[in-house]
Design a protein around this ligand. Structure first.
Ligand SMILES: NC(=O)c1ccc[n+]([C@@H]2O[C@H](COP(=O)([O-])OP(=O)(O)OC[C@H]3O[C@@H](n4cnc5c(N)ncnc54)[C@H](OP(=O)(O)O)[C@@H]3O)[C@@H](O)[C@H]2O)c1
Length: 262
């Protein structure tokens, strides 16, 4: 399949680890120019950049912090100055809650309102800010692909991480509106909603948890970051001719987390 990505510029945010790093490498394999963002781990981002180059792509790294949205505009300007434009945006960066990744034991009323504000601004307004910054250039070139990374939790819910799931479900509405808004300019906008995904940054999954999760997955296996990355690259490429406004549930998002609750 011809992804038509050779020489195209892909911005993958949050690419210093996990799904973003796998996605950056996958774009590299297609010969793309990949701009990777990091927040705290510049060294890891540089390592991923050299992996992208080893895969046959080109790479640069830029800092982007969802808690300071002026950095989104700065990052897009720096990349545009370097390569002349951005053809693909993968809005993957995530600001996890202050307590870390979603924790079902956290009671709803114990999450401070300040945490709600920070999470919604970083993870929902932050994605809108990324799309807003790349859209003018895509419209000019009448070609663009935008992939927003959500989570199975957006639709399935999970006790505890209210702000995370709420911000992620907002991405689904954002993608549908933007798909209508930008479609006539050749820009396709989709959401990928991964389920529980094995990444290099995730600690080993205890056997009992893995068994509980996989029992709810049609393929009886957890997805790896590379599984998600390949799907993202398809949607965010010329191989995707006219699919837009969709939410694609990646394999293990069929795992219904609440069933893990006692
Ligand atoms: N892994 C899963 O099971 C899973 C499931 C469903 C959905 N997802 C979604 O998939 C995406 C990637 O998840 P992951 O597990 O691969 O994450 P991860 O390994 O924890 O990586 C997160 C990335 O986001 C960056 N980041 C952290 N805080 C940030 C901030 N405030 N501003 C900007 N960037 C920030 C990190 O950069 P530094 O390390 O440089 O700070 C890193 O590059 C996220 O959108 C997540 O919600 C993941």
């Amino acid at each position: 399949m011809d992804t038509q990505l050779r020489g195209r510029v892909a911005l993958v945010t949050g690419a210093s680890s996990g799904i973003g790093a796998a996605t950056a490498r996958a774009y590299g394999r297609e010969g793309a120019r990949v701009a990777l963002t990091y927040r705290s781990n510049r060294e890891k981002a540089l390592q991923v950049a050299s992996d992208v180059e080893a895969e046959g792509g080109e790479a640069i790294t830029v800092r982007l912090d969802l808690e300071d949205l002026s950095t989104v505009e700065h990052a897009v300007t720096a990349i545009t100055n370097h390569w002349g434009g951005i053809d693909v945006l993968v809005a993957n960066a995530v600001r996890w809650s202050s307590a870390g990744p979603p924790d079902p034991s956290v009671r709803f009323e114990d999450v401070p309102l300040q945490e709600w504000q920070t999470m919604i601004i970083a993870n929902l307004v932050g994605a809108a800010a990324q799309a807003r910054a790349v859209l003018p250039g895509m419209r000019e070139r009448t070609w663009g692909r935008i992939v927003l990374i959500s989570s199975g939790i957006a639709e399935e819910g999970l006790p505890g991480p209210g702000p995370y799931g709420t911000a992620k479900s907002g991405l689904h509405g954002l993608a549908r509106s933007l798909a209508w808004e930008a479609g006539r300019d050749g820009i396709l906008v989709n959401v990928v909603a991964p389920g529980f995904t094995l990444t290099e940054s995730r600690p080993p999954v205890p056997r009992a948890v893995a068994d509980a999760l996989t029992s709810n997955i049609p393929t009886r296996r957890l997805s790896a970051a590379d599984d998600v990355a390949r799907l993202v690259v398809f949607l965010g490429s010329g191989a995707n001719g006219n699919l837009t406004g969709e939410v694609v549930r990646e394999g293990s998002s069929a795992a219904r987390a609440p069933r893990l609750m006692p």
